[in-house]
Write a protein that binds this ligand. Structure first.
Ligand SMILES: *Cc1c(COP(=O)(O)O)cnc(C)c1O
Length: 454
């Protein structure tokens, strides 16, 4: 009998959703979401999610800033706020135009989460937030703290001893583990990170040097998460950070929207109908790009257009949204191998929770080949002297993909945006890089240069 995926053969799926054919052939695609709705038509009631949750997350970040500043002196100059710069890419924009033959109108920026302190990746937003929220909950519920206090006292020995009675666990391809491990260990928690096979050795070494227990799996991300979850549930003193379901992670990321709005205002960059904002976000399981997209849509409504990007070998969110089956399908079901060098992006099944929230918010998704990640990374280093990791480079293709792919052009037309594209702002979200060891950074760059010469 022929293999079926949710009662349909692959041929039937392709007939219904022709884009799947190119996805199976690992061809880069550009998908536009027909279910995108105007903000006022979208409700999140059944998902128990609202704008006030984003505000609450930002308030919590503010309460914890004095503690972060004390624990991580590198954040002192930002008063304990974990935030990254928004940098204009003038030279890179020209380099992309020459390389990929197309004219990107408007201005292009890089959101430098590759430089985020403490964790060196976008995970500093979600992962650290969830650890802080849990720590706050424990301290408040034991009457050791009140919300008006200066939270820097949480760095004192008595609190470390208190937190050491509790443990944290997480399943991760690497970067989430780093953020939970570094923050958790700094507070005194016992932390266990369940790492998938693709996790890099240097991340395991770094975590172990902080006293974190690293459990290694020979399987992929989903399996590491599943096993971590199972073990954590057996221990009542253990909090499991669930990358596939956690609303706290999602909200930690979402606060980035408030910060970005402020940064845009500081640069006198308008966002309205005549000045559209395009944001390109690399997507793994979906929490980071999803949380940020959620926050941005609340703030800018129809004037912001969020696109996710996934590797051609791991297009899990695209598959979930394009089939309408969300987390009921995995890329492996369709014979797609989930093997990519984009750290954090090797995810075969998207978060069902995030997929649901994105249904009416996301403008679209494009996919990218691993080779282009290296090329873009090298171009960025040559033109702007900024170093990022391969997964982060995926976002840089956004403005070009949008204007070169038929579906992208159709998206712009259908929203009557052609006349405003010269006043557009494009933001490529650089999701990680600064913690990558120097010799690996050099290898990435050399590989990119080699590919650019071919
Ligand atoms: C985790 C990660 C992403 C994607 O975040 P998800 O929440 O998994 O979608 C993108 N880039 C990097 C570098 C990451 O570590």
């Amino acid at each position: 009998m022929e293999k079926k995926i949710l009662d349909k053969t692959i041929e039937q799926w392709i007939k219904e959703r022709p884009i799947i054919s190119d996805m199976i052939a690992y061809k880069p695609v550009f998908w536009v979401n027909d279910d995108l709705k105007d903000q006022e038509a979208v409700t999140y009631d059944n998902l128990e999610l609202a704008w006030k949750d984003v505000l609450e997350a930002e308030e919590r970040w503010i309460r914890f800033a004095p503690l972060i500043s004390r624990l991580f002196p590198e954040t002192e100059k930002q008063n304990g706020v974990i935030e990254s710069a928004l940098v204009e890419l003038s030279n890179m924009k020209d380099a992309i135009r020459n390389r990929y033959k197309g004219t990107v109108e408007g201005r292009m920026f890089l959101k430098c989460d590759n430089d985020l302190p403490v964790a060196g990746s976008i995970k500093a937003r979600g992962g650290i937030y969830e650890v802080l929220k849990h720590a706050e909950h424990l301290a408040l519920s034991h009457n050791l703290l009140n919300k008006e206090q200066d939270y820097s006292i949480l760095a004192e020995t008595e609190f470390k001893q208190f937190f050491s009675r509790y443990s944290l666990a997480v399943g991760s391809t690497g970067n989430l583990g780093l953020s939970i491990g570094i923050m958790g260990a700094a507070l005194g928690f016992k932390v266990t990170v369940h790492m998938s096979a693709d996790a890099k050795q240097w991340k395991k070494d770094l975590l172990r040097s902080k006293g974190v227990t690293v459990v290694e799996y020979e399987s992929d991300y989903s399996k590491a998460v599943e096993e971590g979850r199972r073990l954590a549930l057996q221990d009542p003193m253990c909090h499991f950070v669930d990358d596939e379901h956690s609303k706290d992670l999602f909200l930690g990321y979402s606060a980035a929207a408030i910060r970005l709005k402020r940064q845009l205002a500081e640069k006198n960059i308008k966002v309205d109908k005549q000045n559209p904002l395009f944001v390109y976000l690399p997507c793994g399981v979906g929490g980071a790009p999803g949380g940020i997209c959620f926050g941005l849509k609340q703030l800018f409504k129809e004037d912001v257009h969020c696109f996710f990007v996934e590797p051609t070998h791991s297009p899990c969110m695209l598959l979930g949204l394009a089939t309408g089956e969300n987390d009921h399908v995995s890329v492996q079901d369709f014979g797609i191998d989930n093997i990519t060098e984009g750290d954090g992006l090797a995810v075969g099944r998207a978060s069902g929770f995030v997929g649901k929230v994105m249904e009416n918010l996301l403008s679209g998704i494009y996919t990218i080949e691993d080779n282009d990640l290296y090329k873009l990374l090298a171009l960025l280093k040559d033109t702007e002297n900024i170093e990022i990791e391969p997964s982060a480079a995926a976002s840089l293709m956004g403005p070009m993909a949008l204007i070169k792919e038929k579906a992208g052009v159709a998206y712009i037309r259908s929203r009557k945006l052609e006349q405003y594209m010269n006043a557009a702002t494009h933001i490529a979200w650089a999701t990680g890089g600064s913690f990558v060891p120097v010799d690996m950074k050099e290898d990435f760059y050399e590989k990119g240069k080699r590919l650019l010469r071919e």
